[in-house]
Each structure stands twice: as C-alpha cells, then as structure tokens.
Design a binder for this molecule. Sequence first.
Ligand code: ZN
Length: 276
Amino acid sequence: MTQLGTRPRRSRFAPEVLPDGRRRFSHEAVVARRVLLAGVLAAGVGGGVVVSRLSGDDAEVVPAAGAAAPAPEPAPSAAPVAVDGPSRTAADSPWVVVNKQHPLDPRDYAPPLAVVDGKEVAAVIAPDLRSLLQDARRDGVDLSVTSGYRSFQRQTSVHDSAVARDGLESAESVSARPGYSEHQTGLAVDFGGRTQPGCLLKNCFGQTPESEWLRAHAGRYGFLLRYPEGATATTGYDPEPWHWRWVGTDLVQRVAERGTATLEEFFGISGGAAYA
Ligand SMILES: [Zn+2]
C-alpha cells in the first residue's frame, strides 16, 4: 500500500472514534458490510447472487452492450426515514436524490455552473472539487474530471441516438433517460486517473491508486461513492467506482455513521432498475 502524504493511516475498515465518542466507519467498511450482508442473504435463499446488466449512468462514453437487458428487477420497498436537513426532492438541493423512480423536477432543470478542470459542474461543488483535486495532487495522485454536468438536451440526444442504434430495451441498459441522470444536477463527477488510462469509466478503475485515494479521502470534500458494489438492486446501477456524488460533508458523515451504503437506504427512498 502506498503511503499517501503525511496523514496517519488506519485500516480502511477500522472505525474512527469521533470527539463525542461515536464511531465513524469508513466508506469501505460500510460497503464491505453491505456486500457481506448481501452475500449472506443470497446464500440464505439457496441461490447465487444474480447480477444483471442494468443501466449505467455514463453511457455517453461507455459502448452499448450487444445483448438486450433483462427485465428490470422490482424496486425494493422503502419507508421514508425522518432526517433533518435540505430537501431530497428540490432539484437544486445538495441532498436531492435522483434515480429511475425519482426524476428531476423540472425534468429540464439546469444548475448554476462553474468550470473545474475544464468541465462544467454545479457552481456549489466547485470549491470542494478544486480542493480535492489540489490535495490529491499534493499526495502525488493525479485525478481528472472526466464528466460533470450533462444538460437535459445533451442527455436527450445521447439517449435518442442509443435508442435509434440499439432499440429501446438495449439502449436503456446503458443510457439514462433525460431528466433521470444524476449528472444533470451538476453534483455528480466521473473521475479519471493517469496511472491506468485504459480503465477510464471501467470497473478496473476501482483498483487504481486514484480510486484508492478517493475512497480514503473524498468524503472530507463532501463526496460519496454513489453506485457501490452490492447495491445494484437499490440504486438501479451497476457499480461505478468512478462516479462520485457531492452531498456535503455533513451528509457523508451521517450516512457513514448509520452504516448505509446508498442515499436510497439512508433516506428510505425507492430506487431500482425500473423507471417510474
Ligand atoms: Zn457518472
């Protein structure tokens, strides 16, 4: 393992003890717990884990799959959880949850924008994103912004051309409908790294030093991993180690303390592969 900077490092699975005595688990620990739980549940019902090819949020750059997608799984039931804080439904809220059950309102919402690392993102995330990139570089980790804000119009043309080329079902296995992409909020960032250019927007990005740095530090800048391993049935998306969502440090910490892997579980909001 590479020593990053001069910060003391603990096991990525060990909890950090907060000043008030509560324990805070790292994102890896939370994800590992969820994956373990999912494995136990799958074993318990006597079947293997069924992995279906569900839609990625980043079809702009990911080649379309050749085979038609299987029928979407039903969204898990969810009961709203009372949490004090910003709105989960207002399009311009830092806590907005956007998934296939919950499109943006209005569908053609566009945030105030800023440019970071040559890409448009919501202006509200620019200071934290700039700090993250700067501090990563200081640690010898060269992260780049591959994709930030994507407009309703851009997503419409991406989705339309995918449907024209592959048919609706196959296209929707890799392309989000306009109004349903988290990138339209400007709060989502796809990161790339220099060490493994071939792993851009691929699962192997998860094994790069850049991904390791993000998993260890991105929470300090208000970002959380939005589509973790083992959460496809909840998020509606296959794991995307490159796709990070800015929600602010307060929510990152609260999600970690609760031990939930996804925003859907934390807020008790429905999700899954089926469109509303
Ligand atoms: Zn993305």
